[in-house]
Design a protein around this ligand. Structure first.
Ligand code: ARG
Length: 460
């Protein structure tokens, strides 16, 4: 073909071969074929309803589009770089299939509003899949919490042993993060759900279209209100990439913990073999590749957000070809988030918890020191003085190689006469954990309440 038949009219020379390849988007936008066809069918029905094309013509066009959809799904469609993008690939094929009447489909439409529509439809569906995977991961976290309700682990600040916490409490922290992530994704889905089609190239269309009718057919909540904005808005893609970045940030934190916990030094968990690989030289090794990769992939998802923000920065209204570059970062973030969530949902569900090791670690590092201080406060000592008392007690423990619960009453009383025999009721791991009963605390009763709340939430 010498010249693109869909826009070649004003040209005298064919496009340079390399320019054709360079400017084409078909290699990556072909994944939107289903939505392109779905949008075209809705548009075509509207054209007929409005008397812009004949009912018979619309029938022929819709049948042609359905045939193309079937061909693509069956792998019987040859995408052509010469036809630049998914929109023109499908339209050219339609004309080939049904003749010149196929050329009527593009009445009252431009690729500018068409692509804005396709990306919204595509992302809307992918958001459903992402939310489903998020739900699965929340389910895995919740199940781990339920199955390990009695397990106590060290809680950290600065990665130094701080206070004992329930492992279930730790899992539920991630449950909360995923819940907010789901909220952000639903927000994106809600805001993107308006129809941009009808904006034409930028100014609207001279034909008597019915945008509300198209919106209704495609399940949109309404129509966009400004044609210039309709064809040049990519906020929804940026919002998604931002929400995806936050989600990946959360997964990277969980990844980091899983990597630490599965090291010989922590030895808190075991990831199933199916999610790890060995070393070709060190036979003892079992590497936590999956969390490492997810931690690494977080970087590219951040990168995609920055790409999109930078792409859109300072672009004059309305459509600019620059915007064709929106797809690869967006698609990459969708793929990466979906894959990461799917693999994490399974990996967390199958993770084995080494309760005894966690407990031993929780007992190290004077994790109940705060409980001794709180004890002194309850006996009337101002907290700052209590802090001092316990600081000295801990120093004594370090010097004598003893742990807090191992001190005799006499030893305790060297630091404060307020300490009595009941101190031993406060310095065990269970006592320390269960003393933190207020909403959001790590006490077993409080955690059980949150599990019940989460369960109710998941039932919907
Ligand atoms: N492939 C183009 C994109 O992704 C479609 C819109 C092209 N519009 C145009 N006026 N060249 O942005």
């Amino acid at each position: 073909m010498a010249q693109n038949q869909l826009w070649g009219g004003r040209f005298t020379q064919p496009t340079d071969k390399f320019v054709q390849e360079f400017t084409a988007s078909i290699d990556f936008d072909k994944r939107m074929y289903r939505y392109d066809i779905q949008g075209s069918i809705a548009h075509c029905r509207m054209l007929a309803k409005q008397g812009i094309i004949a009912a018979e013509e619309a029938k022929t066009i819709v049948a042609g589009l359905e045939g193309i959809l079937a061909d693509i799904e069956a792998g019987n469609f040859e995408f052509s770089v010469a036809l630049e993008d998914i929109h023109m690939n499908i339209e050219a094929r339609l004309i080939e299939r049904i003749g010149p009447v196929g050329g009527k489909l593009h009445t009252a439409r431009s690729r500018n509003d068409q692509v804005a529509l396709d990306v919204r439809l595509y992302l809307r569906d992918e958001l459903k899949a992402i939310l489903a995977y998020l739900g699965q991961l929340q389910e895995s976290l919740l199940a781990q919490a339920e199955q390990n309700l009695a397990v106590i682990m060290p809680g950290y600040t600065h990665l130094q042993t701080a206070q004992p916490v329930l492992f279930a409490h730790h899992m539920l922290a991630y449950y909360e993060m995923m819940k907010r992530d789901a909220g952000r994704m639903m927000d994106v889905a809600k805001r993107l759900n308006v129809l941009p089609l009808g904006a034409g190239a930028l100014a609207g269309t001279t034909f008597p279209i019915d945008r509300e009718f198209v919106a209704e057919q495609l399940g949109f909540d309404g129509v966009t209100r400004n044609s210039l904005d309709s064809v040049s808005d990519r906020d929804f893609a940026i919002e998604f990439c931002a929400a995806a970045s936050i989600l990946m940030m959360h997964l990277s934190r969980l990844s980091e913990e899983l990597i630490l916990w599965s090291s010989a030094d922590f030895n808190f968990i075991e990831l199933t073999d199916a999610f790890c690989t060995g070393s070709s030289i060190m036979p003892q090794k079992k590497n936590p590749d999956v969390p490492e990769l997810v931690r690494g992939k977080t970087g590219r998802v951040y990168g995609n957000l920055i790409s999109l923000l930078t792409l859109m920065k300072s672009l004059p209204l309305a459509y600019n070809k620059d915007m064709q570059e929106d797809k690869e970062p967006l698609f990459d973030s969708i793929d990466t988030v979906k894959g990461s969530l799917k693999i994490f949902a399974d990996m967390i569900a199958l993770m084995k918890v080494k309760a005894e090791n966690m407990r031993v670690a929780a007992a190290r590092g004077f994790s109940t020191a705060t409980d001794v201080a709180d004890y002194c406060v309850r006996k009337g000592l101002p907290f700052r003085q209590a802090h001092e008392v316990v600081g000295k007690t801990v120093r004594y423990c370090v010097e004598t190689g003893k742990d807090i619960p191992e001190l005799s009453l006499e030893e305790f009383r060297r630091f404060s006469p307020l300490i009595e025999n009941d101190i031993y009721d406060f310095v065990t791991l269970e006592a320390s954990v269960n003393a933190r009963r207020a909403t959001g605390g790590t006490a077993r009763a409080a955690v059980e309440r949150e599990i019940a709340r989460a369960r109710a939430e998941r039932r919907g």
